[in-house]
Design a protein around this ligand. Structure first.
Ligand SMILES: NC(=O)c1ccc[n+]([C@@H]2O[C@H](COP(=O)([O-])OP(=O)(O)OC[C@H]3O[C@@H](n4cnc5c(N)ncnc54)[C@H](O)[C@@H]3O)[C@@H](O)[C@H]2O)c1
Length: 393
């Protein structure tokens, strides 16, 4: 017999109820590598019908849906624009899984067609593009959410909760970033490393996660100025080990983005952000993330191959009764059988579309993330500090 008095105290037994009688019709634009995670997560949602897909490469979308065992999907489109304008589909929402340079055009086309959008990270390549997407979002009244699944990780939520608890006092300085000793993402082709498809390299791929980890925790203050630097020493090196390992020694000729970047950013509220990111470097990690506060500082351990997850227990350095003490918050590992962050990203997006609620990862926040990435690139090109200006939307 159930012990009801104890059951009342059981925690972490989240029960998610989904109204499967009300389904939404979803399409996928760009059926490359990350689209696989989207379709697998959509397949697990009882209230989602996957009805369409598009890719620029003829036949790629059809093969993608066949590989994932999803039948009856319309995918004979030349591109995403043709798909979102096919009114016979009665599309409710799309996942945009194209390479970075195609984020803004595809998002604008979908929003203009009256379709909710889950846009993969990074938001866009430039701040100007992000502003144009947000204008289309405003005009459409549709949901636009940006694909930052790491913030749905329980450890990231804990970082935010620690900051919001006030235990750190006033936050005045943050160092963040991440790195990989050798980790330029080329095993799946060149869309991450060519300027015409990616636009930005390590900055957009993993730098956006490091920024989101801390900016989301502190409430996304506006960035004011940035002094940025970027380089490409590893990506353009004919002897870079990764190219040989993936069987494409010629990829160094295609490399047109950053593989390392660093910046000094001033944020509203007198907070300094010290940032670095590396796809490749001669070092194990580029350092832990640390949020410095007047009452305490929080250390978030880095990982040896940064992709937006934390590498160990959180530690708060503070003072209690005149003693300098350290409080450890153990790293949280997901319970077997619980939804991954990726699945939560899809679920929260579907819920927002169905219920007309706010985007889980709103463009208004990620605009500031994008403005920093773009500011670093522009400041580096100019060789001096620049002011970050964000037009009205
Ligand atoms: N959230 C995550 O964990 C995560 C992980 C990996 C990649 N990503 C992001 O996902 C995006 C895609 O990465 P990927 O590795 O899947 O790239 P990919 O090159 O494997 O796939 C992109 C696909 O989009 C197609 N495409 C481009 N423009 C199109 C258009 N207008 N209409 C239809 N199809 C179009 C391309 O032909 C290609 O097949 C990138 O922006 C990347 O940053 C996110």
């Amino acid at each position: 017999m159930a012990n009801t008095s104890l059951d009342a105290f059981k925690e972490n037994q989240e029960v998610v109820t989904v109204d499967a009688s009300k389904k939404i019709r979803v399409g996928i634009i760009g059926t490359g590598w990350i689209a696989a995670s989207h379709i697998e997560a959509y397949k697990r949602q009882p209230d989602v019908e996957i009805v369409a897909g598009a890719d620029l490469i003829p036949g790629k979308a059809a093969k993608f849906f066949a590989d994932h065992g999803v039948e009856g999907v319309k995918c004979d489109y030349k591109d995403g624009e043709e798909m979102v304008n096919d009114k016979s589909l009665k599309l409710d929402a799309v996942s945009i899984c194209t390479y970075n340079r195609q984020h803004a055009p595809c998002a604008i086309q979908a929003l203009n067609a009256g379709v909710h959008v889950l846009l993969e990270k990074p938001f866009t390549v430039t701040t100007e593009e992000a502003v144009e997407v947000m204008k289309a979002e405003k005009k459409s009244g549709k949901v636009l959410s940006i694909g930052f699944q790491p913030r749905l990780d329980d450890n990231m939520k804990m970082v935010k909760e620690v900051v919001e608890s006030g235990v750190l006092g006033k936050i005045y300085y943050i160092q963040t970033g991440g790195g990989r000793r050798r980790g330029i993402p080329t095993p799946f082709g060149t869309t991450f490393i060519e300027d015409e498809t990616a636009g930005l390299g390590a900055l957009a791929d993993i730098g956006c996660y490091s920024l989101d980890m801390v900016l989301n925790a502190i409430g996304y203050p506006k960035p004011l100025t940035v002094s940025g630097y970027k380089s490409d020493f590893f990506g353009t090196d004919p002897d870079y080990i990764g190219y040989k390992k993936c069987g494409h020694p010629e990829y160094y000729k295609k490399f047109g983005v950053d593989d390392f970047a660093a910046a000094f950013v001033r944020l509203e509220g007198g907070i300094i952000l010290d940032f670095r990111i590396a796809w490749a470097m001669n070092l194990d990690t580029s350092g832990d993330t640390i949020i410095y506060g007047t009452k305490g500082s929080l250390r978030i351990p880095s990982t040896e191959c940064w992709n937006g997850t934390i590498g160990g227990d959180l530690v708060i350095y503070h003072e209690v009764a005149g003693k300098q003490v350290e409080t450890k918050i153990p790293q949280i590992f997901p319970k077997p059988g619980t939804p991954s962050c990726f699945e939560k990203k899809i679920r929260t997006f579907v819920d927002a579309c169905k219920n007309g609620t706010a985007a889980p990862v709103p463009s208004s926040q990620i605009l500031y993330n994008q403005a920093i990435l773009d500011g670093i690139a522009k400041s580096s090109d100019l060789g001096k500090e620049i002011e970050i200006t964000i037009p009205e939307i």
